[in-house]
Design a protein around this ligand. Structure first.
Ligand code: COA
Length: 559
């Protein structure tokens, strides 16, 4: 599913995550924070090397069942690799049998890539102080250099074109070595500049949440998703790398991650651990005590580039800039209530929010659409996700009832509508909740349909006698196409820290909608494309707010 995708991966595939901004006073604070995150990642890698990650179990719906842990072992020291027809991946643990120490991380600052060793030949792992010195060196060095060719932009290009460009780059031994170092690094750290406040000029609706100076959460999320374009931080990325930690001089912090190796749940678990470690240490940033250290400065990667390479970098930058310009994205903190209120209504918060999204969509378009919600299938070995299809007939009955005009509207329009009583709406609500809950539980227990059908389709492809042999009718029927055109792509991305994750839409005329239910609020990230004539995240947010409010009124009405 991921590797056959040929479009650029920023926005279209890589999610972005925003953490609570930090207060940095000097570049020493930035260096210290980066060093702490890397130090924590090395601790975590030690645990992975010992295969000592605690085994997780399901906490509800058949509680106690073992959950597959494979994704956790494939996040660090991992990278996606472009292919002309199909991408592939590098996972250090798979390639080397695991259990090996990581040698280096890659740090990008002002589009300049540095290889930072984390092991010293004479005494093993570097201390946090030593890593901090390396970060300080980079933060001093990079601003003094003339702008390097922004090679990282190639990773945000169409995959086949990037594969071709990479193949040519590899012909030079030095480039091949750089690419190998990036691929095999533990992770990438991007030391960014903040985006301008007017990068996304819309006023954010709902709660304000995090701000980095005057920058709102929507602005912060843009930085994490794509970097802000060639004139900002998009060249300060390596979008193929599974984990890119982003630390910006103005305090904005987050993550951009390459999705093919793992779902958000595994990635969030790792990065929250790193952040909690960095936060748990005293805020002050001592100058690193490195007097006894003889660690050479980090290696700045030099590239040998031909005119064709430079042309390709420019083209990749144009493609990415256009993609970014087209992204209509909004973070929306709904402050009316959160999962505690929903639980008090004796409904699963996830089911409730899915139905709110259905109602919001129906109110805008007068119909429902194929909806994708990711359901974890980690109860099965190597399980990733299946698809909870939330647009059920029961949901349609309920949203239709909820969208009947009020009596006074009727009077002014002089039209006769069939009014639905609150009792009837509650009855339909209960049926919609029950259908959605079964759909959700079926999926997480392995009774979903989408992965099975996908398996059949791929089996049909693999066993077809020739490439031109048509697929079985099931896969060419228009019903199959409609059912798989997900104009609403959603997922719950729950976090334990005050952070949230968002992603782009998967269809030209569709919405991406992630949500993070907190006790007393719900953080949504809504995305669409400006070039679509039918979508608008502003209108969707408005409709969602009205839907969530209407649902509360219905469920708390006096009986
Ligand atoms: N009445 C009261 N409380 C209820 C309830 C009910 N009828 N049903 C559930 N709850 C409670 C649960 O006990 C749980 O309580 P807790 O917060 O104390 O643990 C809470 O509500 C949340 O449960 P629910 O909303 O049902 O959702 P969930 O946490 O089980 O998640 C999925 C459901 C489908 C999102 C989850 O199983 C899943 O698959 N997550 C992965 C999604 C994913 O892959 N995202 C990343 C994509 S990149």
């Amino acid at each position: 599913m991921y590797f056959n995708f040929r479009e650029p991966i920023p926005i279209n595939s890589n999610p972005g995550m925003v953490f609570a901004p930090r207060k940095f006073t000097t570049i020493l604070d930035v260096a210290r924070f980066a060093a702490r995150l890397i130090d924590a990642a090395l601790d975590h890698k030690d645990i992975l090397n010992r295969k000592a990650l605690p085994q997780e179990r399901a906490t509800s719906r058949e509680p106690g069942q073992l959950l597959c842990m494979a994704q956790y072992y494939r996040i660090l020291e991992a990278s996606r690799l472009p292919g002309k027809k199909r991408d592939s991946q590098y996972v250090g643990a798979d390639m080397r049998g695991g259990g090996q120490v990581s040698e280096h991380v890659v740090v990008i600052c002002r589009s300049q890539l540095y290889c930072v060793p984390v092991q010293a030949g004479d005494r093993g792992r570097l201390t946090e102080d030593e890593i901090c010195s390396q970060m300080l060196y980079i933060l001093d060095d990079a601003p003094c250099l003339s702008s390097p060719p922004p090679v990282g932009l190639l990773t945000g290009w169409k995959r086949a074109l990037w594969a071709e460009a990479r193949e040519d780059l590899m012909k030079e031994e030095q480039n091949a070595r750089n690419l190998d170092l990036i691929t095999k690094s533990l992770l990438v750290v991007c030391l960014d500049e903040g985006l301008p406040t007017n990068f996304n000029c819309r006023l954010q609706r709902g709660g304000k949440g995090h701000t980095a100076g005057p920058r709102d959460e929507t602005n912060l999320a843009h930085q994490m998703l794509h970097g802000g374009g060639t004139i900002h931080n998009s060249a300060n990325r390596w979008f193929d790398k599974t984990i890119q930690l982003i630390i910006s001089g103005d305090g904005a912090c987050g993550l951009c991650y390459e999705h093919s190796n793992a779902e958000g749940v595994a990635v969030i678990q790792l990065v929250e651990k790193l952040w909690n470690h960095a936060d748990s240490l005293p805020a002050h940033s001592d100058v690193p005590a490195t007097s006894n250290s003889h660690i050479p400065p980090p290696e700045r990667m030099e590239w040998i580039l031909e005119a064709t390479d430079l042309k390709r970098i420019e083209e990749a930058g144009n493609v990415l800039d256009n993609l970014i310009k087209d992204l209509d994205f909004q973070v929306y903190r709904f402050m009316g209530y959160g999962k505690e209120f929903i639980k008090s209504c004796k409904v699963s918060p996830d089911v409730y929010i899915q139905l709110a999204l259905q109602l919001a969509y129906y109110r805008l378009y007068g119909k429902l659409t194929a909806t994708y919600e990711s359901a974890s299938t980690r109860r099965f070995r190597l399980g990733r996700v299946d698809c909870i299809r939330s647009a059920t007939p029961e949901a349609l009955e309920w949203v239709t009832a909820m969208s009947q005009p009020k009596e006074d509207d009727l009077a002014s329009k002089k039209v006769t509508f069939h009014l639905v009583s609150d009792e009837k709406k509650i009855l339909l609500w209960n049926e919609a909740v029950s259908a959605q809950t079964s759909e959700m539980v079926d999926n997480i227990l392995g009774q979903g349909i989408d992965i099975h059908i996908l398996g059949l389709r791929e089996a049909a492809r693999e066993t077809s006698p020739t490439a031109s042999t048509p697929l079985p009718k099931l896969f060419t029927d228009s019903a199959y196409r409609i059912a798989n055109k997900f104009l609403l792509t959603t997922s719950q991305v729950a976090t334990n820290t005050d952070s949230f994750m968002g992603y782009g839409p998967v269809e030209d005329d569709g919405y991406g909608a992630s949500y993070n239910p907190k006790s007393d609020c719900i953080i949504f990230c809504l995305s669409a494309f400006w070039s679509s004539e039918v979508t608008s995240t502003s209108r969707f947010v408005q409709s969602l707010e009205e839907s969530l409010n209407a649902m509360q009124v219905l469920l708390t009405r006096p009986t």
